[in-house]
Design a protein around this ligand. Structure first.
Ligand code: NCD
Ligand code: ZN
Length: 344
């Protein structure tokens, strides 16, 4: 039986770090294991311009634990007013690695997102020219559409038309949750990739709703039926280059989760690697863990893989039940099983 696994240091291709006290509290949970992360721009107010992304990047660097060489890869929040020249300049300077599309109203702090997709066509065309990826929160916001169907409907109504209208646009389907998304990604060429979170490999909708409501398992896109979770596990462990890790670790204080109308988000930064090792081992795919966490993402983003390594040992992992922040505790995702793999 394998006792240690050594892989290149992983990257997280979808991460929420927030700002201020929350940033300072959660950042070490990611930098302990990860070398780089695509930083989500859904702050209040959102990170829309290159100048705002540069300032946010500096705040992250200022909050880094001593000695950390973690690199934040910045994104811009796409609005109907986004200036294609600003986007191109922020990309050319090496600051910005993706633009994030939130359909208006789809999730936390998405009010400034896109409602009329025709308005962002010039930005998308410019991005296709310069090879800058579009990271997509793939859910429709139409209240007529059942929340469990919003990803599949988004693919048909929004994503596929955008891709047809903008040949060459490089797209990341983020935090996919359905077999529909897996199939769509598989049918596309190398200009399309999909990230998968840690928690969607572990929970289905029963975890949220059966036997009592569990707000710490509530995130967006919401976890779906078991058949979809199994499709995600098959995709993540397949070794296919189009699938890679984006944890979507999204901290909210317990006070904001445990409400009559609580926030969406699972905080997985602290134990993601141990959980993933367990999932890949259960799927008899430990040899494919490195591809998912450390190789496929950089290849899509045109960056070198990390040269530093990380080793996991089969000696049992422990993790805190919550992280203390100046705003109150943030509960760490509980996978519901013991973790055999400890990150050394
Ligand atoms: C994210 C957040 O809290 O910012 N929440 C979530 O449930 N994933 C937003 C998002 O990525 O949808
Ligand atoms: Zn997210």
């Amino acid at each position: 039986m394998t006792q240690t696994i050594t892989i290149r240091r992983p990257d997280d291709w979808h991460l929420h770090l927030r700002d201020g006290a929350m940033l300072r509290a959660v950042l070490p949970e990611t930098t302990r294991h990860f070398a780089r992360a695509i930083i989500m721009p859904n702050l209040v107010p959102p990170v829309v311009t290159g100048a705002q992304a540069a300032a946010y990047r500096q705040r992250i660097l200022d909050a880094l634990p001593q000695g950390s060489d973690f690199a934040p890869l910045m994104t811009l929040y796409l609005t109907e007013e986004t200036d294609p020249h600003d986007v191109a300049a922020a990309h050319a300077s090496g600051l910005v690695h993706a633009v994030k599309l939130y359909p208006a109203g789809a999730t936390t702090n998405s009010a400034s997102g896109v409602a009329n997709f025709d308005k962002v066509r010039p930005v998308l065309e410019r991005m296709a020219e310069i090879g800058l990826p579009l990271c997509v929160h793939g859910e429709v916001t139409d209240p007529q559409i059942d929340i469990f169907d919003r990803e599949a409907v988004f693919i048909d109504r929004v994503l596929d038309p955008i891709r047809r209208a903008t040949p060459g646009l490089r797209v990341v389907m983020e935090h996919i949750t359905t077999s529909d998304a897996v199939s769509y990604a598989r049918a596309a060429g190398p200009d399309l990739a999909a990230t998968i979170t840690t928690h969607h490999l572990v929970i289905n909708r029963n975890h949220i709703l059966a036997g009592g409501i569990r707000p710490h398992y509530y995130c967006l896109p919401v976890a779906k039926r078991e058949v979809h979770r199994l499709a995600l596990r098959a995709a993540a462990t397949s070794g296919e280059a189009r699938f890679f890790l984006g944890t979507d670790s999204a901290p909210h204080t317990d006070a904001n989760k445990l409400l009559p109308c609580g926030c969406a988000g699972c905080f997985t930064a602290s134990n993601t690697l141990s959980i993933l090792a367990q999932v890949f081992e259960t799927e008899d795919a430990l040899d494919r863990l490195e591809g998912f966490t450390s190789l496929n993402g950089p290849a899509f983003y045109g960056l070198p893989a990390n040269t530093a390594k990380v080793t996991l040992e089969r000696s049992g992992a422990t993790y805190p039940s919550h992280i203390e922040t100046a705003d109150g505790p943030v509960t760490v995702f509980d996978p519901g099983f013991a973790l055999d793999w400890k990150v050394l």
